[in-house]
Design a protein around this ligand. Sequence first.
Ligand code: PGA
Ligand code: ZN
Length: 444
Amino acid sequence: MPTLTKLWAREVLDSRGRPTVEVEATTSTGVSALAIVPSGASTGRHEALELRDGDPHHYGGLGVRRAVEKVRTEIAQLLVGVDVDNQREVDERMIRCDGTPNKSRLGANAILGASLAVAHVAAAARREPLWAHLNRLYNHGNEPNETIAPSVPLPMVNMISGGLHAGRNLDFQDFLVIPVGAKSYSQALAMICECYRSLGRVLAKHGEEATLVGDEGGYGPKLKSNARAVELIIEAIEAAGLRPGSGMAIALDVASTHFYDVDTNTYRLSSDGSLARTADDMVALLSEWTEKYPIVSIEDGLAEDDWNGWEKLTRQLGGRVQLIGDDLFATNTARLTHGIEQSAANAVLIKINQIGTLSETFDALHLARANGYRAIVSARSGETEDTTIADLATATAAGQIKIGSVARSERLAKYNRLLRIEEELGTGATFAGAGALKLKSLHA
Ligand code: PGA
Ligand code: ZN
């Protein structure tokens, strides 16, 4: 039973060149492992708090030296001596010691770094891949007689970036594709790359600057409307010889919280018809789009606290489209419970740093599964070489993963990790595939 003997932290940089927390854990058996915390840009109000220094002389106030110090002192004191296999105990100690509802005292970045580093070192001490260790932890919290086998997730992949990730060139944040026709993860990835290259050629043909990419590696063209982005992607799918809809489907992350005006209760679009819209107008627009285009998944179609709007959206589209709550749920079981009770959304985006510990992430995934909500494990727009989410999505058989585009190495590190996992699982590897979307129209 290896115990934790040392916990250390340092300030490193993420994919936007902003500081983030790296934590290194060491066991009594002399094994060490690292984890790095991601960071969002289009963050929701209900996320756990990321501690930043606010010192204008150090990375313009974005430094994380205080969070690093918390790990080196308070958190290390709290955790040294603990059994590294006891993830729940590790996480609960930190939650209790922090004592705030949003982890603002120790910082969700400090807490998550420690939580993940312990999981990594526990797996390393057992000489097993992280996904195997996480799968055991995940099943431990399960109902008796239900063992979830690991499964490689179906990716949803950013092709065109807008919103806060690409200088507000478009209102909607992500225009993505889902390789629903793929029979394996590696085939899915090859199809995605085909589609991405094809889109580059399509954009160039239409006189768009295809080489400029957003924070998550999607192309960032300045198009005349949001609908135009969808149309160009369909053209790219066809040009790549893939079938729009049955081979390659479309997904959106509207990220509407970020163009919602709380004072007037309206959604402020800069194109696609009337500019100020009510929730009903948004539901009508999205319904129209799902009829016109092969869209199978919509994330944050409405804002983070527009529960009534979400209920309407779900009533109207929930039977035929995956409706994902990102800012809406913030990977928080209390918010997800509210959503389940109100029949708002039918899927949850899972971001480890929205909630701040691995155990609470498992709780959100268990809750989603028990209530028939789909789950999509997601990266943040600020990422690093850390690949934990690839193992997490596989270990919990979440079904889907959202990492960003197939450009920029902080994204590819995860896509490549999934290739290795697929190989490690060998002939027994199950691929979640289109079934993860639970849409009747796709179940051939
Ligand atoms: P974020 O974006 O990491 O900037 O919050 C990702 C998303 O909205 O899904
Ligand atoms: Zn989102």
